[in-house]
Design a protein around this ligand. Structure first.
Ligand code: SIN
Ligand code: FE
Length: 296
């Protein structure tokens, strides 16, 4: 099993020919992790101070930037504390990462250009290891991303990560088996959504959009997988150490992943309709649908 597709890109604005970007798009959609070991996000001198957990408000685990600007035209940042000037500098650093991630994906996946939507950017200053949480929130267990209050309705979650640890510490992940192999084991254990359930959750403000049957199944897969310690230990998997200065790109709704250790990382999320893929049948929504048709 090789879950990695390595590229020697060393520029956030790379020029790729059509064949190179097609190969990258196909690798990504087939569930590989695109690894760019020579693509660091370099901090300016005045940004080095942000490599510290004291900038967190200690309530949220990440500091995040929303792409939508407020009335004054400043992007909204959540989870950070500091003076006005410090917060402006921090926002500037995260925004520069967002801009770099945008130009990178534009070069890697030109066929997505028209339909790709920029979502949140996050800065993750905390050490991942030994963080205590409920099993559902425990990202040291293999999972594909699915969030209770944020239904995607089948839209893809494309993420660009970069390890900016200044002490040589890798971000250690486990990458699991192909999505379809996992789904074949667990989809039969999932249930359909109850009538009215989605409507109620949306109208009570529990979900931001209406939860579809797809979202409902993805959440159950997420929870079933995290609850199964036998699966966590014995399912096919590969440990990957992302060294500082490494950038990697994944469909996190498809690639089974677990973050085992590491500190200081930036991440940009993009949304893409499943129909905008080069190979739409690789989307989890289509994988699950075809399995449901054949076995339910
Ligand atoms: C996750 O998406 O599960 C966590 C990734 C990370 O923090 O490295
Ligand atoms: Fe995740």
């Amino acid at each position: 099993m090789n879950s990695l597709y390595t590229l020697s890109i060393n520029d956030w604005h790379p020029s790729l020919d059509a064949q190179q970007s097609l190969a990258a798009t196909q690798a990504l959609e087939s569930g590989q992790v695109l690894v760019l070991p020579q693509l660091p996000f370099v901090l300016a001198a005045h940004e080095q101070k942000f490599l510290d957990t004291r900038w967190s408000d200690q309530k949220s685990k990440n500091i995040s930037l929303r792409p939508q600007a407020n009335a004054v035209g400043t992007p909204f940042m959540k989870g950070a504390i500091g003076t006005e000037l410090e917060l402006a500098e921090l926002r500037g650093m995260i925004q520069r990462y967002a801009d770099n991630a945008c130009s990178l994906v534009a070069a890697l996946f030109p066929s997505y250009a028209k339909q790709l939507k920029v979502a949140n950017t996050s800065y993750r200053p905390f050490e991942v290891e030994n963080r205590v949480s409920s099993y559902r929130k425990d990202d040291t267990r293999l999972h594909a991303d699915a969030f209770p209050s944020n239904p995607t309705q089948g839209t893809r979650l494309l993420r660009v990560f970069c390890n900016i640890n200044p002490y040589g510490k890798p971000r250690v992940w486990r990458v699991g088996e192909p999505f379809a192999d996992m789904a074949a084991k667990y989809l039969p254990q999932t249930r359909a959504m109850l009538p009215l359930q989605a409507w109620l959750m949306h109208n009570l403000g529990i979900t931001k959009k209406r939860r579809t049957d797809y979202d409902h199944r993805m959440l159950q897969l997420h929870d079933l997988l995290k609850a199964d310690m036998d699966y966590q230990r014995h399912a096919p998997q590969q440990q990957v150490d992302f060294m500082p200065g490494t950038t990697w790109v994944v469909y996190s709704d498809q690639v089974l992943h677990a973050a085992m250790s590491g500190q200081f990382m930036l991440e940009q999320t993009f949304h893409l309709p499943a129909e905008a893929l080069y190979q739409p049948h690789t989307a989890p929504i289509h994988v699950l649908k075809s399995m449901q048709q054949s076995s339910f």
